[in-house]
Ligand binder design. Sequence first.
Ligand SMILES: [Zn+2]
Length: 332
Amino acid sequence: MVSYKDLGLVNTREMFAKAIKGGYAIPAFNFNNMEQLQAIVKAAVETKSPVILQVSKGARNYANQTLLRYMAEGAVEYAKELGCEKPQIVLHLDHGDSFELCKSCVDMGFSSVMIDGSHLPYEENVALTKKVVEYAHQYDVTVEGELGVLAGVEDEVSAEHHTYTNPEEVIDFATRTGCDSLAISIGTSHGAYKFKPEQCHVDPATGRLVPPPLAFEVLDAVMEKLPGFPIVLHGSSSVPQEYVDMINQYGGKLEAAIGIPEDELRKAAKSAVCKINIDSDSRLAMTAAVRKVFAEKPAEFDPRKYLGPAREEMEKLYKHKIINVLGSNDKL
Ligand SMILES: [Zn+2]
């Protein structure tokens, strides 16, 4: 049993309370490799932002859960080395799908876990989430639950259609499970193909596809039922078109990749939404930078020469999200 507190990590409780009060949201960035982690930590330190490092099932399969935990411990030390005296870093399990997995993460030093029972019948979701909360809270680890289903595909989480969160269920769910935050479904979705072109309209000024708006009425109803309760948005990448264009320009083939417009996320960040998950945008930044090097310098074979620029591009993206979208800068 390792306590996250001994690793210098923090849970989400105080972080979320401050974010709701201050009208901003904490970035939750997924990581799978060293370059991504370095970029996240550097961006957070340089902008003085708290940050949530997320580990998904795909990341655990790719990089190993134990290794990722030690990398997060290293991230705290790295942040200090970069000049941050008191880093506010959470190590969070993204989309935990069983009690056993959540328990293993709590036991190895994660400071926060998500138990995603959103695909289960309501009463089973309540029972599973409650079980995880009871275990995690013994060690002061915070728990995120989910109500409502997001569409899209990301790693091993996928669903064909979304089901908006039913605001009538949120009080009962939060009270009976004791969860610390709640992921809701208001039209965001996983992956880089969030919408079909036929769901969108064309912006006459830019010629780009504009997706249907998020269901802010659902968010408002949830906030009315649970005033001040921390709300989480998954699947909130914006799929920057400059990265899509860059990838396609250098030999890629991304067709009609569409994300959530940043002004909608900006609006959400000012509300009770205090954690916004971003994964695909960093994948796009990394891929765009690597493709550019491969296309422009075909003789290059030192991985540092293409992973280095990829790291720089990701850092730029993370800083942009922190400062211009979530507003979590200058909070340390
Ligand atoms: Zn998710």
